[in-house]
Design a protein around this ligand. Structure first.
Ligand SMILES: [Zn+2]
Length: 276
């Protein structure tokens, strides 16, 4: 909850201040934690995306600030944009540009998504534009994609996906769940406890092999994904990779034979890596 401080109250990105008992003034509000960091001029993005940053900030200043605060806001933008690598010349050029007259355009024939590679895909984009096809430039790999997440990982068992439960006899059960691994494991344990073999292949195995121990504490996560089709496909792959499974045929989808060659090849590659 925001409270009025010295006659001012922020709401979203607007700071509303009392000027007297009847009037208010409006200016752009930034949280105290705001860093004024925007898309850097040196970043590998299409130039129009960079101009878009300047333009968006300029438009917001004009929309939000009243005339008494506009100059101050524009001055702030000039400073922070320069700190992000933009030259005063290009900032002022965007600030002083007149709004474009909207020309009536033919609807685009289609849209193309291309990675932005300066000097290559922007040229392709221009050719496509001439043929009335719109191009959306997507940034190539970002540094953040190469780095680990700094956040503390959640308990992996709270995710969903494909898992493996081992039995002391050496056989395994491959399963998939859209809920958390934890709740699915609890369910299997309950089916075992209540002797309900029809509800779980693990319970059936435990009932038929009373001297075996199901190693529930040693549940292994094989893949984390919540997508239904991906999970089913992955489960079928894992069942194929674990011939020592106790899964019941009718519980799972059948793996297309096309996968067999791919999996054999992958197995060969992994074995090669392990040897090295
Ligand atoms: Zn067993």
């Amino acid at each position: 909850m925001e409270c009025e401080i010295n006659g001012s109250l922020p709401i979203l990105d607007i700071l509303i201040s009392k000027t007297d008992s009847l009037n208010f003034s409006f200016s752009v509000y930034r949280k105290p934690t705001h860093t004024d960091r925007y898309l850097n001029k040196l970043s590998n993005h299409h130039p129009c995306q960079k101009i878009g940053v300047i333009k968006t900030l300029f438009d917001r200043a004009k929309k939000v600030s009243d005339p008494t605060h506009l100059d101050e806001e524009l001055q702030h933008l000039r400073m922070s944009l320069q700190a992000n690598g933009y030259s005063l010349l290009e900032i002022n050029k965007v600030f002083s540009s007149k709004p474009k007259q909207l020309r009536e355009k033919l609807p685009h024939l289609g849209m193309v998504f291309l990675p932005y590679i300066g000097g290559v895909t922007d040229k392709i984009g221009r050719i496509l534009e001439r043929n009335n096809i719109k191009t959306i430039f997507i940034p190539t790999k970002k540094i953040s994609e190469f780095l680990r997440s700094p956040k503390d990982p959640l308990d992996p068992l709270t995710a969903s996906g494909v898992y493996k439960i081992l039995c002391s006899c050496g056989l395994v059960y491959i399963g998939t769940t859209k809920r958390s691994f934890l709740s699915r494991r609890k369910e299997h344990m309950r089916f075992c406890r209540l002797n309900q073999p029809e509800k779980s292949a693990i319970a059936e195995h435990a009932l038929n092999n009373l001297s075996d121990d199901i190693l529930f504490d040693n549940m292994k996560i094989l893949s984390r994904t919540s997508n239904f089709y991906v999970r089913l496909q992955r489960e079928a792959i894992e069942i194929y990779k674990h011939p020592n499974n106790i899964n019941r045929q009718f519980d799972n989808i059948c793996l297309n034979k096309a996968w067999h060659l791919v999996l054999k090849h992958l197995e060969f590659l992994t074995a090669e890596v392990n040897l090295k």
